[in-house]
Design a protein around this ligand. Structure first.
Ligand code: F6P
Length: 320
């Protein structure tokens, strides 16, 4: 093997740069050339790439986002796009591809593997919805972002005796919301994986206020409900002064946490090692503290990652 390629795809997540850096530096140390594809699969189809040197990944470790840029690429979802992507890689003399991204991006890696391009996926998505890895790259930083914002809101909520409803991104997965609710001591967490009743929340709020606790934090996963709607209902049903915050893409940015920097480094090195060992069609992942590899077929067979039972149990005890 002489030349590999790396790309970041789909929603960016903090730690992607640490991972790209690890891929490039590990590959160079193994005397491989590395092609950095720009803008994910779109750049692969449009032939936007650069040869990566050790220098090209200097000073990026601590930066959020991705220096390779990213995109959501519709063309990669159909046969013609996948064929063109595979042909472009072959034209570049690429003998192995590393894809850093979420579920859709990993599916792209699987399709290229099926077209004979050795490909390994690295799970990177703030949603933590990818099975066969305890954590995806960027989840820890996103959690830290949420907690920073919610802690700030808590100060003003308690000063003004208000309830705050905070909408957390995370697609259809309630992991971020649940973990954040436990970590910041929220009163309620509304997630797609569990039924909820706004009436019950209102009753609890009323009894809390009777006990003298006059502020509350309600975290809402974007896949469960619209925070605006929950805030309106609370106001209409019990007349509490309620404010709203939608965290949105703020969650995805910022300097990666130590955890994500280390995870990016470990995933990146493992993926290069995998290609050198002749692996393809697999995904690296974190399992019980170690980095493992799972066939992508198995990853997708099992559907989305079920919510972490440990965190859910904690939330059921500590959050309503
Ligand atoms: O999958 C990552 C994610 O940030 C989700 O949490 C969110 O629903 C979605 O991407 C937003 O997508 P976009 O960046 O295309 O608006």
């Amino acid at each position: 093997m002489r030349r590999i390629a790396v790309l970041t795809s789909g929603g960016d997540s903090s730690g992607m740069n640490a991972c790209v850096r690890a891929v490039v530096r590990k590959a160079l140390s193994e005397n491989l050339e590395v092609v950095g594809i720009q803008k994910g699969y779109q750049g692969l189809i449009d032939r936007q790439y650069q040869i990566m040197s050790s220098r090209s990944v200097s000073g990026i470790l601590q930066r959020g986002g991705t220096v390779l840029h990213s995109a959501r690429c519709k063309a990669m979802m159909d046969e013609a796009g996948q064929k063109l992507a595979a042909e472009n890689l072959q034209g570049l003399g690429v003998e192995g591809l590393i894809v850093i991204g979420g579920e859709g991006s990993l599916k792209g890696a699987q399709s290229l593997h099926r077209k004979g391009i050795p490909a390994i996926g690295i799970p990177a998505s703030i949603d933590n919805d990818i099975p066969f890895t305890d954590m995806s790259l960027g989840v820890d930083t996103a959690l830290n972002n949420i907690i920073y914002a919610v802690d700030c809101l808590k100060d003003t909520a308690s000063s003004h005796s208000r309830a705050f409803v905070v909408e957390c991104m995370g697609r259809n997965c309630g992991y971020l919301t649940t973990a954040a609710a436990v970590a910041c001591g929220a009163e309620f967490a509304i997630i797609p994986e569990a039924p909820f009743s706004v009436d019950e929340i209102c009753e609890c709020l009323k009894s809390r206020y009777r006990e003298g606790r006059d502020n509350a934090l309600i975290l809402v996963a974007e896949g469960a409900a619209r925070a605006q709607n929950i805030a309106d209902q609370i106001k209409d049903k019990i007349g509490f002064e309620t404010r709203l915050m939608v965290l949105g893409h703020y969650q995805r940015g910022g300097s990666p946490s130590v955890f994500d920097r280390l995870l990016g480094a470990r995933f990146g090195v493992k993926a290069v090692e995998g290609l050198l060992q002749g692996q393809s069609g697999s995904m690296v992942g974190l399992a019980c503290g170690g980095v493992c590899c799972t066939p992508l077929e198995q990853v997708f067979q099992s559907g989305s990652r079920p919510i972490d039972e440990v965190i859910l149990k904690l939330a059921k005890t500590l959050v309503i």
